[in-house]
Design a protein around this ligand. Sequence first.
Ligand SMILES: [Zn+2]
Length: 210
Amino acid sequence: MTENEQFKIQLEVERIREKYSRFSNLSQYEIIMFALSKIDEREATLTDGGWKCPACGVKRKERFSHCVACGQALSRAKVDIKEFAKSISGKEYGFSQFNKGEEQTARENGFVIVYGCSDDLMEFRGAIYDEGGCYGGGKVYFNRDEVCQSNERKNYPNWIKAIWCGGETDEIGQEITWTYETKIPHETFMIYEDREPYCRGIVFSVEDLK
Ligand SMILES: [Zn+2]
């Protein structure tokens, strides 16, 4: 390190000590270690109040790459969405359609599972927990929190179109009762009822929503 660099570092350390009282008694080494600790990713934990930063405890509804309060780098979703969709595919129609572990994995990774129920419902599980009506097919509008339950769609910029018996078939040519259409990037999975294809559901990431 040149003398000039050393000098610049000392100036910065002095500036930080003056600006932030919590650093006023820390050595140059301690200040550098603090900065480094912020760029080492840590795991945020999902609590009832949202994603909790392990460094400062602030909770946020969304899973960010950094804590917006203290700057701590936070690790991102670890489960691959393709693998996840594959892992929940092939189930028989039932209540509840997914087990607690599957819904928890979806929540923790910001995934939303969308599938049909009965002849009139579009179910949302995981990072969104809700349902929308789509008797005979039709669009269900939603945002990052909930499904729109009225005709006032201004705050619900995303949609999924449910199609009832639209002629789509599974890999052995059987017609699928419920299928979906949407511009949101997604993966698909199958639900069967008495071995007949009931629904080709979708999984997407909330990060891809408007
Ligand atoms: Zn924080």
